[in-house]
Write a protein that binds this ligand. Structure first.
Ligand SMILES: [Zn+2]
Length: 161
């Protein structure tokens, strides 16, 4: 994804109150490998269960505040964004208030995502050789594209698309 500065990051949010935005602690943006990220996600270091994602979209990045659900899954869930089958990390249920009037009425969109937003790293791992002649690089490229599509789909759902 394209690099964002602090101002660009903060103006991307579509479902936050002024107070939530003022409370937001951004990650160290200079320290990120943007070319290896399909979206930006981080947990709030000061507020338990609060997290943020910034998802690239055609009309510019879409920032979304997420809340981790209280309940923990009994079995390990699969991330609905990277759909990594090797389960290298925890996956949790995050809910996002929808943008605009729908969100003010209490409408939310939920998704199961890697707890610390490891999706971009997960899809860049070369998959195992499924059969002789299996094109691992092409399979990896497909997974990257699929992750980008699913992230964009979540952004659209939050925006009410
Ligand atoms: Zn994931």
């Amino acid at each position: 994804m394209h690099a964002l500065d602090r101002a660009g990051l903060l103006t991307s949010f579509v479902n936050t109150t002024r107070k939530e935005l003022a409370d937001l602690t951004p990650p160290d943006l200079d320290d990120l490998a943007w070319d290896r990220l399909d979206y930006l996600g981080w947990r709030d270091p000061k507020r338990d269960r609060r997290a943020y994602v910034v998802l690239p979209a055609d009309d510019g990045p879409v920032g979304v505040l997420l809340r981790q659900a209280e309940a923990t899954a009994r079995t390990r869930a699969q991330c609905s964004w990277c759909q990594d089958v090797r389960l290298p990390n925890d996956v949790v249920f995050y809910a996002a208030k929808r943008a605009g009037a729908a969100g003010r009425r209490g409408d939310t969109v939920g998704t199961l995502v890697c707890r610390d937003f490891q999706c971009s790293a997960n899809v860049r791992v070369l998959p195992p050789l499924a059969y002789t002649g299996f094109d691992r690089e092409a399979a990896r490229d497909d997974r990257i594209v699929e992750l980008q599509l699913r992230a964009a789909g979540f952004a659209a759902a939050v925006l009410g698309g």
